[in-house]
Design a protein around this ligand. Structure first.
Ligand code: NAD
Length: 394
């Protein structure tokens, strides 16, 4: 018997090589006053920006050099409000798309961003819907073009938290794999493993649904076939396209089925250390799967529905990661580890994380919304153990 579920995603998805040429036409559908958010190197997309400027559009540009900071988002939202922006475009990686989503939300809702932030703020619901958002990803990892949240850094609290609202689902996700051809190998690896984590966690989540299961399993297969190729030869458009699609599906899945302990840890870690989000997820992936597997095999849960369900799912994961050649939970974890190590991801200690940081990270992880998707309730000692193991190996 199929249980009930909700599924929400971007209003429209335009996927395909060369489709960024349609950006001007699509933007005009929302109006003429456009707030364009790019990364720290907007010259990378000079042609696209010129086409927008030449497209009879009034354009205000905002550049986000790193991951989005709350104070910057408030300043950008004021600019967007002043120009009476009709649409916000995010053209860049997950940081830029999240920034565009936050700006679109805050431009429509005056007052401090902290009013609307979960965990560290008041967590109030937006009173007005966000401005329309067009998301154009240039990395293949976060799937932010299909999620309803923006991850923001709150430096004074040393944490990253989400601003979240259904209206922050982009009106248009324009996914052109050609835009990812310029990604260097290290960012290809980190973002690609973020995509994999965002396909694995919703599949194993206690909130998994039949629709997201299909997206996750197909996406995991794509990553297992394409990521090494994209890493070793970034000019291979077919592999880039597989990764862009897998990333999009990861976003669609996580927005509807939640995540788990790996993302619960990635928020605090990303707020406390200068480590890329995808690298953090990759460092934790094998250990996170192992911690949950230990729970599933524990005498208390072994015969329970949740314990058995986890075993079935991780065995299916093994098959998806190994093109149907292996079917055990241990093989799934082995395949993940082999992939992470072949993409040269260093362990957590190399990003500056030390033993002394572990209690604070674990305590913060327990408060996150991602933790609610984990298949089992984990204690602080469980999470601390996972972190200890992640310090020195992936
Ligand atoms: P990013 O956006 O931070 O970009 C990483 C680096 O890649 C930057 O230096 C950027 O300039 C560069 N870059 C981007 N596109 C490039 C290209 N085509 N060629 C060459 N260089 C390029 O990295 P990301 O992994 O895409 O995004 C990470 C952020 O997304 C984190 O803040 C994370 O918390 C957030 N995130 C959000 C969601 C969500 O659902 N909203 C999900 C996962 C992660």
């Amino acid at each position: 018997m199929i249980g009930s579920f909700d599924f929400a995603t971007a209003g429209r998805i335009l996927f395909g090589q060369g489709r960024v040429k349609e950006l001007v036409r699509v933007t005009r559908e929302f109006g003429t006053r456009v707030f364009l958010v790019t990364g720290g190197a907007p010259e990378r997309h000079a042609g696209i920006i010129e086409s927008l400027k030449g497209g009879r559009l009034e354009l205000e540009q905002w550049s986000v050099p790193g991951e989005p900071l709350v104070a910057d988002m408030e300043a950008a939202a004021r600019k967007a409000r002043q120009m009476q922006a009709m649409v916000v475009i995010g053209l860049g990686g997950g940081s830029v798309i999240d920034a565009a989503k936050a700006i679109a939300a805050l431009a429509a809702n005056e007052g401090p961003a902290l009013d609307y932030l979960e965990v560290v703020g008041r967590g109030l619901t937006l009173t007005r819907p966000a401005l329309p958002i067009i998301a154009v990803p240039t990395t293949a990892g976060t799937g932010s073009e299909a999620t309803r949240n923006a991850v923001l850094c709150v430096p004074e609290k040393r944490v990253k938290v989400s601003l979240r609202h259904i209206s922050m689902l982009p009106s248009v996700a324009l996914v052109d794999p050609e835009l990812t051809l310029s990604l260097p190998p290290d960012i290809t690896a980190q973002t690609g493993l973020d995509a994999l984590t965002q396909l694995i966690e919703p599949y194993l989540s206690c909130k998994a649904t039949p629709t997201t299961d299909v997206l996750c399993r197909m996406g995991i297969m794509k990553v297992s076939l394409a990521l090494k190729t994209a890493f070793s030869d970034g000019s291979r458009l077919a592999a880039r396209a597989e990764m862009s699609l897998a990333s999009l599906w990861g976003g669609m899945a996580l927005a509807n089925s939640g995540l788990g302990v790996i993302h619960a840890l990635a928020g605090p870690l990303g707020g406390m250390f200068q480590a890329p989000h995808g690298a953090i997820c990759a460092c934790l992936l094998g250990h996170g799967l192992e911690t949950n597997l230990e729970m599933a095999r524990s005498p208390l849960l072994r015969e329970s529905a949740s314990g058995r369900g986890y075993m079935q799912r991780i065995e299916a994961l093994a098959s998806d990661l190994t093109q149907g050649t292996q079917h055990s939970a241990d093989a799934a974890i082995g395949a993940v580890r082999e992939l992470v190590q072949s993409l040269e991801i260093p362990p957590l200690s190399l990003w500056g994380v030390a033993e002394a940081d572990i209690p604070e990270i674990a305590a913060k992880a327990l408060q996150t919304s991602s933790m609610k998707g984990n298949p089992f309730a984990l204690s602080a000692p469980d999470i601390e153990g996972l972190l200890h193991r992640s310090l020195l190996s992936t």
